[in-house]
Design a protein around this ligand. Structure first.
Ligand code: OGA
Ligand code: MN
Length: 230
């Protein structure tokens, strides 16, 4: 009986996921980005919020950009702190499993050839920001798809901290995304400049990237900015 109930839950979850995954696939095909308020399943948001609450400040390291960057220079670009996810905490393990499902779905549906996934929790203290940037340069480090999600309950419009997603290099207006718990943003890494505006409250997000298989041994090498994994 218990097994049957579990089975049913799994089936329900799968069909819910499929509806969302199909929406994401269609959005990506149509416009190269997808924004879904309350996209992440509630239980997943809860579990990740629990992990984040358990992370002390010492688990986070100041974020740098790319490799071998001058860290003092980076303070003009981003002032958040990050903690790379290795999936050892329960919420983070569930996050990785969910991303694996999304990867399989998108590969089946869009033939993207997504391969490795890496992600970090980012903590923005009040006033922290991440200036306009792209996550990957054409012909660069083969990050193809960016995923961002948020874990901030009760976020008000005057709390700030919006993600602004620009449609191209010329776009100076962009689309503002409130970093409310469960909102899910996915976009082609090379195509969309974006920035994080300063917030008035501590703001937590996860940013992650799928890579395409470049046929090399160095798929999982992390940037120099890597903090202690969780
Ligand atoms: C990033 C990023 C966006 C956010 O870490 O590259 O763009 O809203 N994060 O946290
Ligand atoms: Mn980014």
């Amino acid at each position: 009986m218990a097994i049957e109930v579990l089975h049913l839950d799994a089936a329900c979850d799968n069909s819910v996921h499929e509806v969302l995954f199909e929406k994401i696939a269609n959005d990506l095909l149509e416009k190269g980005y997808s924004i879904t308020p309350t996209g992440l399943p509630l239980e997943l948001v809860d579990a990740i919020q629990t992990d984040i609450a358990q992370l002390g400040h010492t688990e986070f390291s100041p974020a740098a950009i790319g490799r071998h960057d001058d860290t003092s220079l980076n303070k003009f670009v981003r002032t958040d702190s990050i903690c790379w996810i290795e999936g050892e905490m329960p919420g983070c393990a569930a996050w990785n499993a969910w991303m694996e499902e999304l990867k399989l779905y998108l590969n089946r549906r869009l033939y993207l050839g997504l391969f490795a996934f890496e992600s970090h929790v980012a903590q923005y203290q009040p006033g922290n920001f991440y200036k306009r940037h792209v996550d990957a340069f054409r012909g660069g480090n083969n990050r193809v798809l960016s995923v961002v999600s948020y874990f901030n309950s009760g976020w008000n419009p005057d709390d700030g901290g919006e993600l602004v997603l620009y449609k191209d290099d010329e776009d100076m207006v962009g689309i503002k995304v409130t970093p409310a718990a469960g909102t899910l943003v996915i976009f082609l890494s090379e195509e969309f400049p974006h920035e994080v505006l300063p917030a008035n409250r501590t703001r937590h997000s996860i940013a992650g990237w799928f890579r395409q298989n470049p046929g090399s041994d160095h798929l999982l090498e992390l940037p120099d900015s890597a903090g202690s994994p969780i």
